[in-house]
Design a protein around this ligand. Sequence first.
Ligand code: HEC
Length: 232
Amino acid sequence: MFESKSGVFFIAGLAFFGFAFLSNALVPAMMYRDLPEKKVEELVNPNLRYQFEDLAQRFPESFKKVYGEPPTDSAEASKWYDAKITDALRLGRKVYVGEACWHCHSQFVRPVSNEDLRWGPVSTSEEYQNELQRPVMFGTRRVGPDLSREGGRRSNDWHAVHFFKPTDLSEGSPMPQYPWFFDGSADKPNERGLALITYVQWLGSWLESYPYYEDYIESPVAGITLEGDAAE
Ligand code: HEC
């Protein structure tokens, strides 16, 4: 067996498998076993809350239909918003998985090919240590852009129109239309639509440089270098 070519490949294959298991599974598991995994409740942050309240203002009818109205007392309202955002994030992630958005979008800015210039700070392991990344949404390939820093890049109504009919905003886009996120038209997102927009706005909302793209969009046009944000 050891003299034949196939024998050598067989043994090498086993060795590579063992090495990959060690470096990609055992070592990371041991490195992060003491890092607590965040629950969705802990992922709500002021940036996201801002976006969610913005949803309520832009789509008052749809919002009220799905979530009802916030209590008038401000402390109660705060708790109410947190609870609704938590629900929206859980559902939004489910929709993201169910609609296979991850077939076309990654959620991982790699430390190669100057990806940070295009998409923002390189992803770090603790960003994945939470319930919404179980299993991780790294994605499989990139037909569309990476979405790790999508939060705050576009407005809520931009997303609504884009999900309703991507080609209305991006000529020739191969992204599918999702009319079933709406009760008829782009200004009437339903529960799944509102949840998915919330989820997309959450991506990167935990970063200090949020919204990452506010400066970034301007720079290539104006010819300004990307120092500051990109240096992160
Ligand atoms: C067939 C591949 C494909 C699928 C499936 C797909 N997208 Fe896209 N998506 C793209 C492409 C290509 C673009 C870039 C062109 C455009 O803006 O439409 C894009 C753009 C986007 C953008 C805008 C990024 C930006 O700021 O420019 C968001 C957000 C987005 N997709 C979210 C989603 C979500 C959420 C889903 C699942 C409901 C999804 N996509 C499904 C291909 C896809």
